[in-house]
Design a binder for this molecule. Sequence first.
Ligand SMILES: [Zn+2]
Length: 846
Amino acid sequence: MTHAALLLAVLAMAVADVRGQDVIPQPEKQETGKGFFVLSRNTAFVSNLKRQDAQAFKGMVDALRAQSSAPQTENTVIKLISEHRRGKAWEDVGLQSYRLTVSPDSVVARAPTTTGLFYALQTLGQLADNGRIACTRIADRPRFKYRGLMLDCSRHFWSPAFIKKQIDAMARLKLNRLHLHLVDGGGWRLEIKKYPQLTREGAYRTHSDWDEWIENGRKFCRKDTPGAYGGYYTQKEMRELVAYARAKHIVVIPEIEMPGHSNEVLHAFPELSCTGKGNGFDLCVGNPKTFTFLTDVLKEVMEIFPSEHIHIGGDEATMLYWKKCPKCMGLFRDRHFTDTLQIQSFLIGRIDSFLTARGRKMIGWDEILDSTRLSPSSVVMSWRGERGGIAAAKAGHHTVISPSRYYYLDHFQASPATEPKAIGGFSPLERVYYYDPVPAELRHTPAADRIDGVQGNLWTEYIADERQAEYMLYPRLFAIAESGWGTKTSYDRFVSRLQTILPRMGAEGYNYRAPDSDSLQQKRDQEFTVLQWNIWQEGTLIPGGYDAIVNEIDRLSPDFVTLSEVRNYHGSDFTRRLCQSLKARGKTYYSFRTDDSGLLSRYPLKDSVAVFPLNKDHGSVYKLTAQLGAHEIAVYTAHLDYLDCAYYNVRGYDGFTWKETERPTSVGEVLRLNDLSWRDNAARCFLNEARHDLEAGRMVIFGGDFNEPSHLDWTEATAYLYDHHGMVVPWTVSTLLERNGFTDGYRKVYPDVLSYPGFTYPCHNPAADITKLTWAPKADERERIDFIYYQGDNLFAIDAKLFGTGSSIVRSKAVGDRSADPIILPSGTWPTDHKGVWMKFRIKNK
Ligand SMILES: [Zn+2]
């Protein structure tokens, strides 16, 4: 290598060393040139802007120059050229565009509006590395006009200074909407001159810690009470914040939540509750004073916030007291409503008209879609997955996409074992980054144009302080900003760009979570096993039954056990007793007290819920949640109603008395008989609860003795087998589960119903009197009534086996199973009259 060539190589390395590419959001088009521009105190500023704008931009350029420690070099110039196009920049992505050319002696930015020029300067700020900017040419514009962040100021009160700091970060990411969740059950945060009681009585509470506060009765107090936690924004402070954001091309959208989440209002104004005593969470919609109150508040809100959009919440009303309230029921009758939901729709509809008449547009959470009177200009913010957004866009409404499982920034970003307390969920950076805000169903349809953009939401029940808030925001907000800008790269390249931008933010005093360098650790596939087992009255009908149950669980060591026929005889707590017996053998299991159906987990319980508690022998459903590495799982156990079993009627036995009876002649009759049971009610309660788990990103397992066959087993192929008597029956529970996205694990692994019938009942047990093992002594009553259902992203059923003796009872005789069903045989005494179902699942990570 010659001396000159060596010198060139060194120069080339120096140039490469200047960050020329690391911009977030990634510009739409970017070419990198040779050489670099040096910012120094000699750099001139030229623009064709009007005086006030020119001053503001000169201030920004001065701030950039101040960061440069570069020596004074030859004269260089920064030129900002506005093309002075008219229009609302925040409404039009074209008006937010800019072109930026950096050459060794000049930086030239052109844009149709000052917003575009502002974005050009943000890009320049990210490109500048100690005063040097690599030569480049950029043409850039966003994909979506709405790119937002929501900050929950109710559950936690954020100081104006903190909000300004986040506005600065948002501006850098070219975000343009700050949605402030100003009022909620955690406290009222905005001064309302007409109703000073709101902030006097509803802005401070007795505990800052969310759980402690709830455990102590959700009490509010006045500011001067010792230990009072809270605060509020005066109208003056809020106007300042709005102006501060506006200077950074960010619109502040206020949210006044109604009619649910309003316990702080009811505390200040008990007369606005249905009982008149402040009970519940919802405003009384039947009381005309509620409407006067809300419109008075909104009038003041509109004076403070010039935002075209006013957010009115509209989510999660409990509707608990409406059904018992004479005023709400009066409204219900007068308006000829047929459904309590219409009470909510009525209020939302009236508020919508009120705002629309004043030139504003209502925006609300996707529940507002339930309103029949929604004006076309209303915007729907889709948080319950994508369905709300899809329905809204198809119905002609503009929509902001903010699905909880991707864009809720209060969710965990890695294994909870290593993370600060969070509300739950799992939204790691990579998942947030790869989410496409246009739902697949809408792509390439006109409705896709009604997706206005994206928003990340920081709910703050479990955000303790400012550092934690920033830790949850950054860098996930970067990922959302880039999705909103529409220029995503590979995740690895995104992380590489973060590596240069985040440390700089850290130096400026922001907290953030460093992207995982050991993400492979998290990415390892994880497996777990589940056993569904009906233990026939806790094994008490077989000598040595209890010990057999303990032996088998010890032997199989499933991660989760869903038990049916937990009886807690003599006031005992059966699953607790099981855990103690297993502990004595060195196996740690966790449980909680249930009746009729029980749960065991090898993982500590994060939560437990009685979903459908046992009621007069009509079955039960319980759930636990646990953490498996980086994943959260909800495991449900069910023992569904054993009465009104119409599959016995098909065999000539009454499904309630088990006496011989005439067989039904039509499928309709079978379903009518079956509908007398409570099985469908329990399944619906399960589905309502499980929806929340799925929204939060949890995997869901549902094991149980359903006391009802599956429509997947009563097909044309089996119509003349096992005494089905020609019937093809769409059994209720299995159909309901399938329609709601749940998969029958055993049938998934073994779709061939003829070779793998999978019968779980009646199971022959040599230790029991055969007459006790049959309900239909003259029939072939073999059924698969024990199931393990599942649903969840990247969750796969990889193995399934029956568990029990290898024979069944047919017409009161033991018959060896000749099917291909794989079976785990007992190690000793078999304690029950059912077979169990054992399954293995795998959680795959991309
Ligand atoms: Zn009422």
